[in-house]
Write a protein that binds this ligand. Structure first.
Ligand code: CUA
Length: 361
């Protein structure tokens, strides 16, 4: 056996092994890559995935047939040292018609489902069962509003399983792009108009989402979570969030505890340690940007109603642990440089009191 052929065979062997490995890892049951589009869990993402697989099928077929023909021709018509000059030809109408018609047919097989998917995914879902959500992109976090429920939240979007969610998206500053890989394809958010997107989660679970358009220093840390839950779990989430609005009047910067809302007063009674936190929330100026009431959108900093039970803080950047929350309150500019939240000179002890207070929201 010729030495060059042996080397070629070992190269082909390695390539085959590598391909098998990629296929095995890619089709593994558990999902170690939650930001992958290859495990769609919503109808929008499934449509896009189907289109991807259709295109991949045709591309693979073309690749295999072309390479097979090439290899066949290389070996079959290999020149030998004593061969005569081959017959010279110019043009062949039949071959040219065939190699124009076949690619045109393959392109049509890809174009028809592509155009159909584009139109289908751009439809705006209508009907009573559709849940409306407004998405507002901020540098660098996400604001979500449910206009029908009168709720505002940030960085964590709760949706019921099996119900179509219709998103209307705008930005507060620069361009962003909203993307939940397992549920829906990415769609840009512009400064001069609103864009729309929809999805329906088919399975309960936490789905990470990510800003997919470079939007400044902390673009990579502009993430969010979609929490898809059973309809009754979603309903109790809504009631919980609506209950954060049962209080009056709104606290203002510099107000004293005697002026604090009824709900805070009740909270302090239950846990006296949160008294300091409640005072600090006002005296440090947190209240100037953050609402603790899901029914009151402020739009400056993320709405903090429900912060006590969120998965992440700082737009998906840190797990919502006491230690992380305390660190974030003390040193926002170190944890996420360039973020709008200023360094408010909060000490360790003060941060702990604020954490205790926030944990009750
Ligand atoms: Cu927002 Cu990148």
């Amino acid at each position: 056996m010729d030495h060059r052929f042996k080397r070629w065979r070992s190269f082909a062997g390695s390539l085959l092994l590598l391909t098998l490995l990629v296929v095995v890892v890619g089709s593994a049951q558990s999902n170690p890559f939650p930001q992958s589009t290859l495990h769609p869990k919503g109808d929008f993402a499934q449509m896009v995935d189907k289109l991807f697989r259709t295109t991949l099928f045709w591309a693979t077929l073309v690749f295999v047939l072309t390479e097979a023909a090439l290899i066949f021709v290389i070996f079959k018509f290999r020149g030998k040292p004593d061969d005569a000059e081959p017959k010279q030809v110019h043009g062949n109408t039949m071959v040219e018609v065939i190699w124009t018609a076949i690619p045109a047919l393959v392109l049509a097989m890809i174009a028809v489902p592509t155009v159909r998917t584009i139109f289908r995914t751009y439809e705006i879902p209508k009907g009573d069962g559709v849940l409306q959500v407004e998405v507002i992109g901020h540098q660098w976090w996400w604001e979500f509003r449910y206009p029908e429920l009168g709720l505002t939240t940030a960085n964590e979007l709760h949706v019921p399983v099996g119900r179509t969610v219709s998103l209307k998206m705008v930005t507060q500053d620069v361009l962003h792009s909203f993307w939940i890989p397992q549920l829906a394809a990415k769609r840009d958010i512009f400064t001069n108009r609103s864009t729309t997107l929809w999805f329906k989660a088919e399975e309960a679970g936490d789905y990470p989402g990510q800003c997919a358009e470079f939007c400044g220093l902390e673009h990579a840390r502009m993430a969010f979570q979609v929490i898809a839950e059973a309809p009754d779990a979603f309903d109790s989430y809504v009631s919980r969030m609506q209950a954060t609005g049962v209080r009056a009047p709104e606290p203002v910067v510099g107000s004293t505890v005697s002026e604090t809302p009824v709900r805070v007063a009740a909270m302090v009674q239950a846990d006296p340690d949160t008294l300091i936190g409640a005072q600090l929330f006002m005296s440090k100026g947190c209240v100037g940007c953050h609402s603790l009431d899901a029914t009151k959108p402020m739009g400056i900093g993320p709405n903090l109603a429900g912060i006590g039970t969120r998965r992440y803080i700082a737009a998906g950047w840190l797990e919502d642990t006491d230690a992380n929350l305390s660190r974030w309150i003390q040193d926002p500019q170190v944890v996420k440089p360039g973020v709008m939240m200023p360094d408010l000179g909060v000490t360790e002890a003060e941060a702990q009191a604020l954490v205790a207070y926030l944990r009750q929201h």
